[in-house]
Design a protein around this ligand. Sequence first.
Ligand code: URP
Ligand code: ZN
Ligand code: ZN
Ligand code: ZN
Length: 480
Amino acid sequence: MTTTLIANGTVVNATGTGAADVLIDGETIAAVLAPGSTLLGHDLAGSVDAVIDAAGKYVIPGGVDAHTHMEMPFGGTNASDTFETGTRAAAFGGTTSIVDFVVQYPEQSILEQYHLWHEKAAGNCAVDYGFHQILSDVQDASLTAMDELIAEGVTSFKLFMAYKGVFLSDDGQILRAFQKGADNGAMMMMHAENGAMIDVLVQQALAEGKTTPYFHGTTRPWQAEEEATHRAIMIADLTGAPLYVVHVSAKQAVAQIAAARDRGLNVFGETCPQYLHLSLEDQLGASSEEWGDFEGAKWVCSTPLRSKHEGHQQRMWQSLRTNDIQMVSTDHCPFCMKDQKEMGIGDFSKIPNGIGSVEHRVDLMYQGVVTGQITLPRWVELTSTTPARMFGMYGKKGVIQPGADGDVVVYDPDGHTSIGVGEGRTHHMNMDYSAWEGFEIDGHVDTVLSRGKVVVDGGRYLGARGDGRYIKRGLSQYLV
Ligand code: URP
Ligand code: ZN
Ligand code: ZN
Ligand code: ZN
């Protein structure tokens, strides 16, 4: 068992900041002490195996990214990060836990898929991982399996109002699944976009020769998101199930969530860094020498990036301050341009949907601290504490306190990274481009510990494949 002292830093929890030393014994935080504390008269720094000097730095709980899709089969291909490459990239970015989605496609058995995802992840992950379950075939066997999965630590279930024939559930199916969630305490997650409206708009756009990535954005308008968000809230209200709306990008959807919360409902919203930093015009509408107007494919994801002229980003940052939106996850679903995104040249609807950001979430959210949009404790709350509470991991994850897992990041507020690709490549995700290329990041992840082991230090990876363990989650600790 190794003992480590992280000395002289400023510990930041969701509840506040303070100068403190953090003592880790084996895999667990043993004590959070006044700086320079002694143990039975002995200098603590002289009694431990390793000392990490965090002077001038923030000491924060490891990031929890509650929305990833490692090696997900989707859009005729597989997300390009495996559990191995994706969780290693997460570690580089200060994220020490992920919650990934087990996929059920129509006619598949939930339990078989759940075991398959364990086979993909076991022995391969760099950091700890849990699972949500996607439900695409709501029938009796699936509903019964929900109870079994909860006993296995899968306590949240995602349904889709879009992607007909692939993921989409109709309102009756959603109602049945939500009734089950109300009964067994599961968190019901919703991809809230009106798929029928979108499918018609996509066909009309393509028929008019509007085939470039920009039209991915215009054919998934905010009305489709607002309507679906409202409908999901009504089904949650009717059944009593808690509802978590994933990847919210439209300010009108935020308003629906805020109104539901004002009525006292257990309704929560998640946004993603792309909706806080990127736009329809600047990214989906981009062109380059290499790709022409297909450049925008790099940012095709759903819900789509919104217009910068409509105030979505501003409302999203505001909602993070007011807690109208509680969560920031990446929805990490990377595809390379070569051979993957390329499938949609000449038809944007064939571009696999997804952006890779698992490595950058902690940094990208820190930019909100730098620009004064959020406070330091709120940064930690958004990147670690709330995801841990929302998905039943809090106490072990999401906080620096005795008894918690030794998942700790030493963050340098004076550090800087220019995100780049090619020669100056600064990311470790298995992607041939970066959705964040050219971004100037103030602050820097210096050292990352996962259950007491230093896995990243000074840009070097010191962990090993298989360090990460399955997190058997409990029910949400965020419900009112
Ligand atoms: O474009 C996205 N979001 N891809 C991942 C699948 C999903 O809907 O979350
Ligand atoms: Zn989704
Ligand atoms: Zn997703
Ligand atoms: Zn640094």
